[in-house]
Design a protein around this ligand. Structure first.
Ligand code: FPP
Length: 269
């Protein structure tokens, strides 16, 4: 940890770290444009930010980190050359990073319709996640060809299929718990904190169900300039907020027993 990182880290309360952080990595194109470089140069530079963020998160003991790498819309709306570049970059990252992921005890997972990705990319993804499967530390999830609405559609399909296997429509059951159990993120807690870089105030079809109670932190920093220290600053801001889950605040004028009204009592702040 460098000096700047340790300064921010010392201000954090280690007992109240978020259990799951989700990041919308944005601003690669603008970073490149400001330097009169092609857009893909921004994506290439963004890999160093991924590396730094992942390592810092694992080192301070964040249990889960999810990165929005490519949305379903990215495939449809970006030039073929940029999409191909992103694919090659991802494959190179997966190959190069296995050693570091293992050294940091990080398990790699994915969310998104991966069956629609090129087969060569799917193979690379499978190899990398297989190589880290035994790791017991942080879960790093890459959202690839991901769309929250598609995820919810897939969850409902999966619930309907479960009912069909179980004797038909009269066995169709649905509640919040069941929907969560059929999402791609069934193995993860809901994010406590979502970070978006480059100043945009949108969720862009990212984890719409899971972010229901998340704190949102938007930084002006463009993704290629984002490093571990910016992650720690986001966590510091998160720790300064009071999470209410629809209950009342800590204001003494409203002194009710609001703790009982909160579903995640251990995370209240
Ligand atoms: C958004 O910037 C970024 C992306 C669509 C791709 C994210 C990819 C990386 C950070 C690199 C590879 C990832 C991994 C996991 C190795 P933008 O192009 O939309 O930026 P703009 O809004 O400034 O145009």
């Amino acid at each position: 940890m460098d000096r700047k990182e340790s300064d921010v880290y010392l201000r954090l309360d280690p007992a109240r770290l978020p259990k799951h952080i989700a990041i919308i990595m944005d601003g690669n194109g603008r970073w490149a444009r400001r330097r009169h470089m092609p857009r893909v140069a921004g994506h290439r530079a963004g890999v160093a930010s991924v590396r730094s963020t992942v390592e810092t998160a694992a080192r301070i003991g964040i249990p889960a980190l999810t990165l929005y790498a490519f949305s379903e819309e990215n495939w449809k709306k970006r030039p073929r050359t940029e999409v191909d570049f992103l694919m090659r970059l991802l494959c190179r990252y997966l190959k190069a990073e296995i050693k570091t992921l293992n050294e940091n005890n990080i398990r790699l997972e994915y969310i998104g319709r991966k069956q629609e990705l090129p087969e060569s990319v799917q193979r690379e993804m499978e190899e990398a996640s297989e190589a880290t499967r035994a790791n017991t530390g942080m879960v790093l999830t890459l959202a690839l060809n991901y769309s929250a609405r598609s995820e919810i559609v897939d969850a409902f399909r999966s619930l309907a299929e479960a009912a069909a296997r179980n004797g038909g429509l009269s066995h169709f059951q649905v509640d919040e718990q069941l929907i969560s159990e059929h999402l791609y993120t069934r193995h993860l807690p809901d994010p406590d904190l979502v970070i978006r870089t480059s100043g945009e105030m949108r969720l862009s079809n990212f984890l719409l169900w899971q972010l229901a109670y998340a704190e949102i932190y938007v930084t002006q920093t463009l993704w290629p300039d984002f490093r571990g220290v910016q992650l720690l600053e986001g966590i510091e801001e998160y720790q300064s907020r009071e999470r209410r889950y629809g209950g009342l605040g800590r204001d003494p004028g409203q002194a009710h027993d609001h703790a009982k009204a909160r579903p995640h009592a251990e995370a209240k702040r």
